[in-house]
Design a protein around this ligand. Structure first.
Ligand SMILES: *Cc1c(COP(=O)(O)O)cnc(C)c1O
Length: 424
């Protein structure tokens, strides 16, 4: 086998499993979200986007764009190096102070992405805490799993949001063994919320540290947009809050907020922080403008949650199997990889609507779905268009209508029968 054949085979196996990813050539139009330009060959047409993580449309907010341009004009396009080499740009100093205030912590540390912040922090904590066992929710994001794996620390996995299972694991470890519970507040693919307060209670009882990924909650929940921990008044009971600047804040970068010592230790020991060029000052300035706006204004959050309710109602009225969600994330059940891709393709080609398919390994096989994220910019017309288009695609592909739990049960039975027959 040649080297090239090896790569060719690797790609072919993704095609066979219907999970080869195709990226759409999509250009957002500032000020006109959710409209975007979709290009295919020589053709360009306008489509409506329904799956962006720029949840509040802050990526094109005039104050954010102005801050970006002003800082780029006065400082330039780059930080010039790692913070060790180039020092810390003043917009970065201000951004970290603001993030600490947002989460009511001593300090914050900014990384080049949310992925890196999880990977770098968890891998470093796992090395610094002697004989630590990291106790991780089974649905944690790939970046947390990778950080925990690379730390070399012992790892135990608890069933998703299952407090009894978490307690069982905590109980089985010696009380004086260092422990770190790692979980998310809002889970991105199901839109459910962790029992944060009860996890803090368990952490206290069993002397564990807590690490929460608030990536899908920062900017979105809490009186100043500090996430679920802000909404529930729990920031002081969580040791490390991790977030991104790239979702509701509409820019780029990731961070942790924690005690002065934790932040200083990660700053001093994490290779993923130390040996890479810092975020450009212009991005820091833009992120700061966005966070500042959302700390003062709840308008975007209120409008978003209204639009989410309206969209959910519209889909349910047509009998589409919306999965149970407690948040702004609306997963729509398909339950089959090939048809999930087909549904997404049909929405784009026949209805000018862009929603990307969510397949394995992002979600388990059999739970393939479309993940819909309304924003304050989606109006009544966008919502009724989406609902009608989905119903038409569902009919065309003969996808199941009805209550999610019933539809999933039927689907499981069908898959089981098919497997059984195939197996003889
Ligand atoms: C998107 C995401 C990240 C990574 O954040 P980026 O800033 O996009 O790198 C981390 N955790 C979760 C749960 C995410 O969904």
């Amino acid at each position: 086998m040649t080297y090239d054949q090896i790569f060719d085979n690797a790609i072919a196996s993704l095609h066979r499993e219907d999970r080869y990813r195709v990226f759409a050539d999509l250009e957002r139009v500032a000020g006109e979200y959710p409209n975007a330009v979709y290009r295919q060959g020589n053709e360009a047409r306008e489509v409506t986007v329904w799956c962006s993580n720029d949840y509040l449309g802050m990526g094109a907010h005039p104050q954010v764009v102005e801050a970006l341009v002003a800082a780029a004009t006065s400082i330039g396009a780059t930080a010039g190096g790692t913070r060790n080499i180039s020092g810390t740009s003043h917009p970065m100093v201000e951004l970290e102070q603001q993030l600490a205030a947002l989460h009511r912590k001593d300090a914050a540390l900014v990384f080049t992405s949310g992925y890196i912040s999880n990977d770098a922090t968890l891998s470093t904590l796992g090395k610094l805490l002697p004989d630590v066992v990291i106790i991780s929710d089974e649905l944690n994001h790939a970046s947390m799993i990778e950080g925990i794996r690379r730390s070399g620390a012992a790892k135990r996995i608890f069933r998703h949001n299952d407090l009894a299972h978490l307690e069982q694991i905590l109980q089985s470890e010696p009380l004086d063994r260092p422990k770190l519970i790692a979980f998310e507040s809002v889970y991105s693919m199901d839109g459910d919320i962790a029992p944060v307060e009860a996890i803090c209670d368990l952490a206290e009882r069993y002397q564990a540290m807590t690490y929460v990924d608030e990536v899908h909650a920062v900017g979105m929940y809490g009186s100043q947009g500090g996430g679920i921990s802000d909404q529930l008044g729990l920031t002081q009971r969580i040791d490390i809050i991790e977030g991104t600047l790239a979702k509701a804040f509409g820019t780029l970068g990731g961070y942790i907020a924690a005690s002065a010592n934790i932040v200083d230790a990660v700053r001093s020991y994490a290779p993923g922080f130390i040996f890479t060029t810092a975020l450009p000052p212009a991005v820091c300035a833009a992120a700061r403008a966005s966070i500042g706006h959302l700390m003062d204004s709840s308008l975007e959050r209120t409008e978003l949650h209204n639009r989410v309710r309206q969209t959910k109602d519209a889909l349910e009225q047509l009998g589409l199997p919306v999965m149970p969600t407690q948040t702004h994330i609306l997963p729509l059940f398909v339950g089959d990889a090939a048809r999930c891709k087909q549904a997404s393709d049909l929405l784009l080609t026949e209805h000018n609507i862009y929603v990307q398919p969510i397949n394995y390994p992002t979600v388990p096989r059999g739970l393939e779905r479309l993940r819909i994220t309304p924003t304050p910019q989606h109006d009544d017309q966008h919502i009724s268009q989406l609902a009608a288009a989905l119903a038409s695609v569902w009919k065309k592909l003969d996808l199941p209508f009805g209550d999610f739990f019933e539809v999933r049960a039927e689907n499981e039975q069908k898959n089981w029968l098919a497997l059984h027959r195939a197996g003889g």
